[in-house]
Design a binder for this molecule. Structure first.
Ligand SMILES: NC(=O)c1ccc[n+]([C@@H]2O[C@H](COP(=O)([O-])OP(=O)(O)OC[C@H]3O[C@@H](n4cnc5c(N)ncnc54)[C@H](OP(=O)(O)O)[C@@H]3O)[C@@H](O)[C@H]2O)c1
Length: 233
């Protein structure tokens, strides 16, 4: 995958960091996107120390002007892999969830991947084997309480993934959702402090799945990869 370029959102920590490190290990130049520049710079330094290449684009993906600037910065360049990984979480009963919380989670988890993907479509079309990979969640397959707003965003992202896959099939651009169960990341540590690690998927495992999908030969795709620990009852 040498000479390929990937844009990975949420690359400053957790799953996005692991995905960037895995793709960089395979020779992919990684554009690291996230809110906090210092976290992205740390990941870029880790990648450089491993002999890989990365550049940093710090922005808030809910800021349309900032996303347009990212598109302008990449204009005319090929993007082979887009990984929409950045996301936020919300554990809250519906009756306790405010309109602002609902709007925020929809903007980060659903609207932002939509707009970034649309922005980078010209770049992805320049690749002869492009992948758009959206990070979903096990909640798209199993319904659990207290995450109705979060679930709505991820099920929405699943619908977006399927429809866009159909839309881009004739151009041989694959669009795939990878849906992990609870994963061993800062998000999970904040959401479920003290959770038994046996119940968690390691971010490196999710990254291996991203690498496997992006390595598929031109014209071949897969759909809905769900990854979870068998330690769940
Ligand atoms: N952890 C789990 O148990 C789990 C399970 C299933 C699915 N997922 C999904 O996996 C993805 C990655 O989760 P994770 O566990 O790795 O989360 P994480 O550790 O919280 O990392 C999320 C990253 O997204 C970035 N981000 C959030 N909002 C952003 C915004 N508005 N603009 C730009 N960047 C933004 C954050 O950047 P800053 O740090 O700079 O704010 C952070 O680096 C998410 O889509 C999540 O829903 C997670």
């Amino acid at each position: 995958m040498t000479n390929q370029r990937a844009v990975i959102t949420g690359a400053g920590q957790g799953t996005g960091r692991a995905i960037a490190r895995r793709l960089a290990q395979a020779g992919v130049h990684c554009v690291l996107v996230g809110r906090t520049a210092s976290k992205l710079q740390d990941v870029a330094a880790e990648i450089a120390a491993d002999g890989g290449e990365a550049s940093v684009q710090a922005l808030d993906l809910t800021d349309d002007a900032a996303v347009a600037d990212l598109g302008a910065a990449l204009a005319g360049r090929t993007v082979d892999i887009l990984v929409n990984c950045a996301g936020d979480w919300l554990i809250s009963l519906m009756e306790d969830t405010s309109n602002d919380q609902l709007d925020h989670i929809l903007r980060v988890n659903l609207r932002a991947p939509y707009i970034l993907t649309r922005t980078l479509l010209p770049n992805l079309r320049r690749s002869d084997n492009a992948s758009i990979i959206n990070i979903g969640s096990l909640v798209t397959a199993i319904s659990v309480p207290s995450v109705s707003a979060y679930t709505a965003t991820k099920v929405g992202l699943k619908g977006l993934t399927g429809s866009l896959a159909a839309e881009l099939k004739s151009e041989r651009i694959r669009v795939v959702m990878i849906s992990p169960g609870p994963a061993d990341t800062p998000m999970r540590a904040a959401a479920s402090p003290g959770i038994d690690k046996a119940l968690l998927v390691q971010p490196e495992t999710i990254a291996d799945m991203v690498y496997a999908v992006a390595s598929l030969p031109r014209g071949i795709t897969t759909s809905d990869c769900v990854l979870y620990s068998m330690a769940w009852e």
